[in-house]
Each structure stands twice: as structure tokens, then as C-alpha cells.
Write a protein that binds this ligand. Structure first.
Ligand code: SF4
Length: 905
């Protein structure tokens, strides 16, 4: 394989390296920028290199783009090492060797295109012709290497398979599972050679409870199952679940919060079910919200001129991927998470169906649509792997009532509350209202995209049905009252237009008037209670409410009309039109509900507060830029609507997690399950972790890093990471502190061969950051909340967790209300202990894991220590002592490398 003789550039926090001719040399950042401006260089991950160089306009021949073209839908960690692994090339030993690797990798990828063995050849020639016209930097290098096929290649949209209609499924049989049979099934799943795990057996036996016939309508069999880390709960519940689906012929939904667990479930379910049944259908299906999947109509539009410049190149690469994708899932599926960030635009999201614009059977790609395929596949599946938000949305407004889940396992059950909180929230904001306006009217300016208003989507109604047409015209006129393009600018300039913009302007003025942060919160979101509002505000709010009601009325009339047309179809309504009307009716009723929620919210302002809800006004800002203004409403207890919508119709539900209850106390876990709202007393079970925490982990509470002192905090992080030789996960409660610490230590660590990555700093999506971290034992990762339990990295790559301080809840208006209702300080303590337990849970993922959990806080209250598993040694010590312990662990590990049991503590 010949390396590609084009100059290559690599930049890390440790410096820059340029290879031209046959030698590699270090260059300054300025030198690197000059070289890149002179000639297109080979680079890996242009946005990341651009950030390192402080030169946002960097462009060149990005190896990741070439990889996405040559091997669409194939996984690669977007680092030099990851690229080397994916292409079977020698791993670079140091930064200086990376440019040469880039040349070799380019050579290998180009050579693949000439090879007979190239698996992803189909479609490449046709895509390349478009990419040549778009002047994609790689196009000239590929031309001549990809042979023109003998026969014209089929277009993507004709190559994708069609889904098939399946008959309605009968309801599941009522069966009683024999516990011995469940334990046998568990043995089958774990393998006969596997060690017997008593905790897992007890867990599987208890989980059977949820799969037995329900005794009373509206009363599901609800099990709360605390499962200590490492008991093997996934197979523990899959054993009764698979047996039940087999015997009853029904579908079990397993709902997760993180993608890491979805991935794990996909793997573990292979032990219980084959990839395909004898009829070719899949017994296990991963199901996500529709906004995750590629919409083929949007893609077609993008390919045919809807996207311009770099975005058009992205569309071509996405089309390459779509032909090879397992399921069309763009967010966390087999589309590389890094692809979107290479193109610095919201290209990926605009290719999904985010705005409910789907025209269903009216779409030419309906029979090949990934979303329709996924929803049909789940109806006949034995196991559906989904996430909390989807299960709740599906239960609340799923199109097909018969396909709603009735046997549900909520894994990562400690997140159900938060997921319910977001699902049942209402927000009357600028971004929400402008979306609605566009849905009704269509885009304001001449748009390149296919976005259309209601009248274009329901063109046949407009032409043939007078009553429907009148309702659409009235809705269109009423929607003019909603905020339009540049609404934020008009509000900031004091010139709002229309009743809704006036309302948002009043909200903004009130929020700023009441800001008590004294500039402390500059650049971050601001909020104030929706209480004590003056008469002028209430008047503006009522005018806005009337405007919303004026829009809701014609939408209701249109809905009624669609209903009538579907019941008694006129001649002009063919099968396709009928399916389109059904789709429209569904999205219409969702909008009508949203409008009614907004009206109720406005109606309440000025009146007595409703104790069920917490309402507040907010201005959302990021990096000092305002991006939304609105009025928010949350349920004080979101488990109330959850219980009604999800629990009550279900027959069996398991909520399970390693951190469900607080210590030994079940009280709060029961309250947080929603059970009491439907008068159900849940069954309870708890299995302790089999890990030997006394020997595997140590909690170090560092008492001499002064609070609020960023230089000391940064120094502590750097020294701890150096002491452990990387492998550290740093958790922050505020983005600004994370950035400040990262800025101070990244270069220093890079020079020591310890790469440091960070959420909110590196232009890389969180999933990819975790992949990079997992792949490199010397790397460390800094992040905020999302990483606290989104990281599943067993083994050596994660051996140190550092928390900058006690993770106090953010003192928001919503938190204050719930704290008051939930017992004050003890409410906070429960939240903090749960957060600590989740963060600690990142450290020890298997019986061979060892590590330190460090909290840089002198004021760590003793009452929070019960967050850590019993037996874990806890020491309050100085930073120097902590460094010694971490360093001793690191050197102990290298002494014991390769051994399983390492007596470190
Ligand atoms: S059916 Fe809907 S989501 Fe699917 S491709 Fe067509 S418009 Fe997109």
C-alpha cells in the first residue's frame, strides 16, 4: 500500500506537526495555518484541528470525510489511533508520527476504491459524479480510481427495501410463568459455564412478578427493583421477559435513558433471540423517536438542490450511508456521530423529521421510509428497546393505540422522573410558536427546502372540500399573529410585532427587571416566578391567549372535517389521500392540545397559583447570546400524569436501577414511581452488588482545595490526572468552570502525553467523546451532568473519577418549589446522594475494575457519605496525600499489569 504523497498536518494541545516530502517537522500554529492556506493538507477532523489552531476557516482533505465516503455506516473512533485500527495500520506511537499515518490512511482508503473486494462500491460512482460538481476536495483524487459501473447504478430510493404490511397481532395470552422455568432460561442466557450469581437468580425470580396476569383494571403489577452494580440485571429481567413473550406471544418494551445501555441491551438480547425469525422478521427491534431517523423525502430534497455548499456534500455522504445503514437511525445509530460536526451546520437535524411535517402515505418514499419500517417492526417484535421519552410520548399520543406498550421494563429507572418531567412539560416560547407558525403557514422567505404550510400539505382538501378549505384559510390568517422570522431581533430592539411577540417582550422585560444575580449570571439563562405580574402584563397575556384561541378554533374545525371525510370518503379521496388525511389528523390533534395547554397557562397568570404546577418566565442564553424567551410550566410532580398515561393502561411494569432507593430507604423511590397516584402498592426487591468495594475502590475527599479558586482547582485536576497517568473522568456542575479548568491544563497534559478531551470545548458530540476516551487509556475526559451516568467504560480506561464539588442541585424556581414540597434539606440530600452514587457507579463496572473517586471539596457533609456502597474506604485528606494514593495505584497497576486481582487498597 502506497502512502499518499500530499503534505499532512496534525495539531494537538502539545503542538503541531507537518509532513511534506519525506520528513515531519514541528511547526508553530502560525506556520501550520500558513501551510494550510497555501495548499490543501491531509488532516483528521478539521473542526478539531481548527479549534487547536485557533483558525476557524481551516479546510483541507479531511480523512474522516473520505472514510465516510468509502466505508459508510462503519464505526471508527475519529482519532489517529482509531483510524489506524479501523484500517489495520500500525498505531502511531507519538504525535510526530501522526502525519505519516494520515498519508498511509489516505493511501489505504484510495486503494480500497480500486479493489474488487470493496464492499460498499455500489452507488459510489454515481455519488462521486455529484461530488465532483460540488468540488469536494477528495473528488479529484477519487476520480479515476472508481471505475464506472457497466450498468447504471440504481438510485438510492429504488435500492432500499420496502417494508411489508403485517396483520394485526392478537392480544397476548394470559400466562403464569413457572419460576424454575425462569431460572432455567436465565442459565441458558448466561451460559452453562458461567459462574452462578445468587443475586441475579433472586432478581430474575422477583422480576417474574411483573409478567403475571393483572388482577384489576388500571392496576399494573409494578415492581421496583434495586439492582446493585454487577448483579447482571439485564439478563435478570430478559429471562422472564423472553419466556413471557414466547409463551404469551406479546411484546415486552425495555426502556433506557442512555445510548450506552441501549447498545448493551442490543448485544445481550442476542442471547435470547436470533437476529431474524424464520420468516425473516426481527424479534428484537430498537425503536426511537421519529426525530432520530433519516426522512428520505428531506434527503431527496437536499440532494436535489435544497442544500448548498458544504451542506450539499454532507447530503451526498448521508445518502451513501443511508444505502448501508441498518435502520436509518442518525442519532446514536450507525451514522458516525462525528459526521454532523464536520459540516458546522445543522445539516443532520434538518434531514430528520423534527417538525412533524411527514405526509405519510402522500410521500413517494412511504413504503421505504425508515420511520414507518421501525414502527411496523416494533408491533410484531418480542422485544422493543426504546428510551423513556419515546415510551411516554407513545403512550401519550401514539398513533396506534393497539401498539402501545403494556409490559414495560424501565431500566435506569432513576431517570424516569426527569424524563416524565420533560415529556409532560409545557413551554410557550419564541422557538415553539414560530415552529407552529411555519407548520401552519409555511416558511416566510422563498425557501430552498420542501417545508410547506398546511394548505400545501392538504392541497386536495383545499381544492375539493369547501368547509376544510375555509378552516385552513382561517387558520392561516390566525397564525399571522404568531412570531415570525427575526422575532428575537425585533424584541431586543423594542419593536415587537403582534400579540405573541408583545407577550415575549413583556416576559423578557420582567425577567431582566427582577434579575437578582447582579451580573453574576451574565451569559447564562435567567428566570423569575410567574407571580406578582402587573396589570399591563396580564392584559398583554390575555391578548396573546385570545390570539391562540383564534388559531385553535379553525384547527379544531379542520380536524372535525378530516374526521368526517375519513368516515364517509368522497370520490376524490383515494387510498393515498386517505392515509395522508389520517397522518394530518394525528399531527393536528397534537397541535390543538399544545395550543390548549398554552391558553391554560396564560389564563392562570394573574390568578391564584395552581398547586399542581410550577410556572416561570425565562430568557435562555448561551455564551451571552439570547436564543429563546418564554413561559414554562412543569408539573410539581410529573409522576402524576405519568401514572395516568403510562402506568394505568399497562399490565406489568418494572422500574429498576442501581440507585433507585436512597440508602435502605424505599419511601422516596415509591413516591417517585407514581404508584400512589393510581393507588398501587409496588412490589419491592433489592440485590446488593457482588463487588468487593473495600478492595476495589477508595473515596478521597480532598480538604485543601479552596472553593471558587479556579487556579487551585485547575492545578488539582492536572496533578491528579498526571498522578494516574490519564484514565480520568472529571465531572463539573458548571460549564464555565469546566472551560476555565480545561483552558489552563490541556496543553500541559498533552505535553506529558496525556490527551484531555472536554464536552462544551471540543467540537465533538458526546457519544464520540466517550468512544475516544474508552479507546485510549492515557486520555481523560471532562464533562458535565450528561456524563455522570452516560459513560460505561469498564476496565483500565477509567480509573479515576474527580468531582469538582458536591453536586448541589441548581437553585432554580422549579427546584425551589419541589424542595419545599419534598421536605426541604432532605429532598436535596436525596438528590445529591443519588448523583454521587451514579458518578461513583462509573468507576467500578466489573469485578476487575479498580479506582479512586475524588471529591475536591472541604465541606463535604458526612450525611452524604451513605451514597457510597457499604465497605468503600473513605478518607478525608490533603491533595498531596490524595496524589500519593492515586500515584501508588497507577504504579501498582503497571506492576500488576495483566493480572486480574490486584490488591491495591
Ligand atoms: S413517510 Fe414521512 S418521514 Fe418517511 S420519508 Fe416520507 S415524509 Fe419522510
Amino acid at each position: 500500500m502506497a502512502a499518499l504523497p500530499i503534505p499532512a498536518l496534525h495539531a494537538s494541545h502539545g503542538g503541531c506537526w507537518l509532513r511534506d516530502a519525506d520528513s515531519t517537522r514541528t511547526v508553530s500554529k502560525g506556520g501550520a495555518v500558513m501551510a494550510a492556506a497555501d495548499t490543501p493538507l491531509l488532516i483528521l477532523n478539521a473542526p478539531l484541528v481548527a479549534t487547536r489552531l485557533g483558525y476557524p476557516d481551516l479546510s483541507g482533505l479531511d480523512l474522516l470525510e473520505l472514510f465516510a465516503f468509502v466505508h459508510p455506516a462503519r464505526f471508527v473512533v475519529p482519532t489517529p489511533k482509531g483510524l489506524a485500527h479501523a484500517l489495520d495500520l500500525p498505531e502511531p506511537g507519538a504525535d510526530a508520527e501522526v502525519p505519516q499515518l494520515l498519508q498511509q490512511a489516505a493511501g489505504a482508503l484510495l486503494e480500497t476504491c480500486e479493489s474488487e473486494e470493496w464492499l460498499e462500491r455500489e452507488g459510489a460512482w454515481t455519488a462521486l459524479q455529484s461530488l465532483v460538481r460540488m468540488r469536494w476536495p477528495w473528488a479529484t483524487l477519487l476520480t479515476g480510481r472508481i471505475a464506472k459501473p457497466q450498468r447504471a447504478e440504481r438510485w438510492l430510493f429504488s435500492r432500499l427495501p420496502e417494508w411489508e404490511e403485517s396483520p394485526d397481532h392478537p392480544q397476548p395470552r394470559q400466562v403464569f410463568l413457572d419460576k424454575d422455568a425462569v431460572l432455567h432460561r436465565l442459565e441458558d442466557l448466561t451460559g452453562s459455564g458461567a459462574e452462578q450469581r445468587p443475586g441475579q437468580r433472586a432478581y430474575a425470580a422477583d422480576a417474574t412478578y411483573a409478567f403475571e396476569p393483572r388482577e384489576k383494571s388500571g392496576n399494573p403489577r409494578l415492581l421496583l427493583a434495586q439492582a446493585g452494580t454487577g448483579i447482571g440485571k439485564t439478563l435478570g429481567y430478559l429471562a422472564p421477559a423472553s419466556l413471557w413473550s414466547n409463551e404469551a406471544g406479546g411484546t415486552v418494551w425495555v426502556s433506557t435513558y442512555t445510548k450506552a445501555l441501549q447498545r448493551q441491551l442490543r448485544q445481550e438480547s442476542r442471547r435470547a433471540w436470533p437476529e431474524r425469525r424464520s420468516d425473516g422478521s426481527r424479534p428484537v427491534v430498537v425503536r426511537k423517536g421519529r426525530e432520530n431517523y433519516l426522512c428520505l423525502l428531506n434527503l431527496e430534497d437536499a440532494l436535489q438542490g435544497g442544500f448548498a455548499g458544504r451542506a450539499a456534500i454532507l447530503a451526498q455522504l448521508v445518502a451513501r450511508w443511508a444505502a448501508y445503514s441498518r435502520d436509518g437511525d442518525m442519532i446514536g445509530g450507525d451514522l458516525p456521530g462525528w459526521l454532523g460536526t464536520l459540516f458546522r451546520q445543522r445539516g443532520i437535524t434538518s434531514l430528520t423529521d423534527r417538525r412533524g411535517e411527514c405526509v405519510y402515505a402522500g410521500c413517494p418514499h412511504y413504503r421505504k421510509c425508515f420511520i414507518e419500517r421501525a414502527s411496523r417492526a416494533s408491533a410484531g417484535a418480542d422485544l422493543v428497546i426504546a428510551n423513556h421519552a419515546l415510551v411516554m410520548v407513545n403512550a401519550a399520543r401514539g398513533r396506534d393505540v393497539a401498539a402501545r406498550p403494556t409490559r414495560i421494563v424501565f431500566d435506569e429507572g432513576h431517570h424516569v422522573f426527569d424524563a416524565a418531567d420533560s415529556t409532560f412539560a409545557a413551554a410557550l416560547s419564541g422557538t415553539e410558536t414560530i415552529e407552529l407558525r411555519r407548520w401552519v403557514i409555511g416558511p416566510e422567505k422563498a425557501s430552498r427546502g420542501r417545508r410547506r404550510g398546511l394548505s400545501a400539505r392538504l392541497a386536495d382538501i383545499v381544492s375539493y372540500d369547501e368547509a376544510g378549505s375555509k378552516a385552513i384559510t382561517a387558520a392561516r390568517a390566525a397564525a399571522e399573529a404568531l412570531p415570525g422570522d427575526s422575532w428575537m431581533q425585533r424584541i431586543v430592539e423594542g419593536a415587537p410585532w403582534g400579540p405573541l411577540e408583545e407577550l415575549l417582550a413583556a416576559v423578557r422585560a420582567t425577567v431582566y427587571a427582577r434579575d437578582e444575580s447582579g451580573g453574576q449570571e451574565a451569559g447564562y439563562g435567567l428566570e423569575t416566578e410567574a407571580a406578582g405580574l402587573d396589570g399591563a402584563f396580564i392584559e398583554i397575556a390575555q391578548a396573546a391567549r385570545e390570539a391562540l384561541a383564534d388559531l385553535r378554533q379553525p384547527l379544531i374545525r379542520l380536524g372535525v372535517r378530516l374526521e368526517a371525510l375519513l368516515e364517509d370518503p368522497p370520490d376524490w379521496l383515494d387510498g393515498t389521500g386517505r392515509a395522508r388525511l389520517e397522518g394530518a389528523r394525528h399531527s393536528l390533534s397534537w397541535r390543538i392540545d399544545t395550543l390548549a395547554g398554552w391558553e391554560a397557562l396564560l389564563e392562570r397568570l394573574g390568578g391564584p397559583a395552581d398547586p399542581e404546577y410550577v410556572d416561570w418566565l425565562a430568557v435562555d442564553r448561551s455564551e451571552a447570546r439570547e436564543y429563546d424567551i418564554g413561559i414554562h410550566r412543569r408539573w410539581l410532580d410529573p409522576m402524576k400524569p405519568f401514572a395516568k398515561v403510562v402506568l394505568e393502561p399497562a399490565h406489568g411494569v418494572i422500574m429498576t436501577s442501581a440507585t433507585l432507593r436512597d440508602g435502605d430507604d424505599w419511601g422516596k423511590a415509591i413516591a417517585r414511581s407514581g404508584a400512589e397516584h393510581i393507588g398501587v402498592m409496588p412490589h419491592l426487591t433489592a440485590q446488593d452488588s457482588p463487588f468487593d468495594y473495600a478492595a476495589q475502590a477508595e473515596v478521597l475527599i480532598v480538604t485543601d482545595v479552596p472553593r471558587g479558586d479556579i487556579p487551585s482547582l485547575a492545578a488539582a485536576y492536572a496533578r491528579l490526572i498526571e498522578a494516574s497517568g490519564g484514565g480520568a473522568l472529571g465531572l463539573f456542575t458548571a460549564i464555565r468552570r469546566l472551560r476555565a479548568v480545561h483552558g489552563r491544563i490541556a496543553d500541559r497534559l498533552a505535553r506529558a502525553g496525556l490527551p484531555l478531551y472536554a464536552q462544551h470545548v471540543d467540537p465533538i458530540d458526546t457519544g464520540t467523546l466517550v468512544d475516544i476516551f474508552r479507546d485510549d487509556p492515557a486520555a481523560s475526559l471532562l464533562g458535565t451532568d450528561a456524563l455522570r451516568d452516560g459513560v460505561d467504560v469498564p476496565g483500565h480506561s477509567l480509573r479515576l473519577v474527580v468531582m469538582e464539588q458536591v453536586p448541589w442541585p441548581r437553585p432554580s424556581i422549579l427546584h425551589r418549589a419541589r424542595r419545599l414540597a419534598g421536605g426541604g434539606g432532605s429532598y436535596d440530600d436525596t438528590i445529591i446522594r443519588a448523583r454521587l452514587a451514579q458518578a461513583f457507579g462509573r468507576l467500578i463496572r466489573s469485578k476487575d475494575d479498580h479506582g479512586h473517586f475524588v471529591v475536591l471539596s472541604s465541606a463535604f457533609p458526612s450525611r452524604l457519605l451513605s451514597a457510597f456502597p457499604e465497605g468503600t474506604p473513605i478518607r478525608r485528606i490533603s491533595l498531596e496525600e490524595a496524589l500519593q494514593r492515586v500515584a501508588a495505584h497507577a504504579s501498582g497497576e503497571s506492576d500488576h499489569e495483566g493480572e486480574n486481582a490486584r490488591p491495591l487498597f
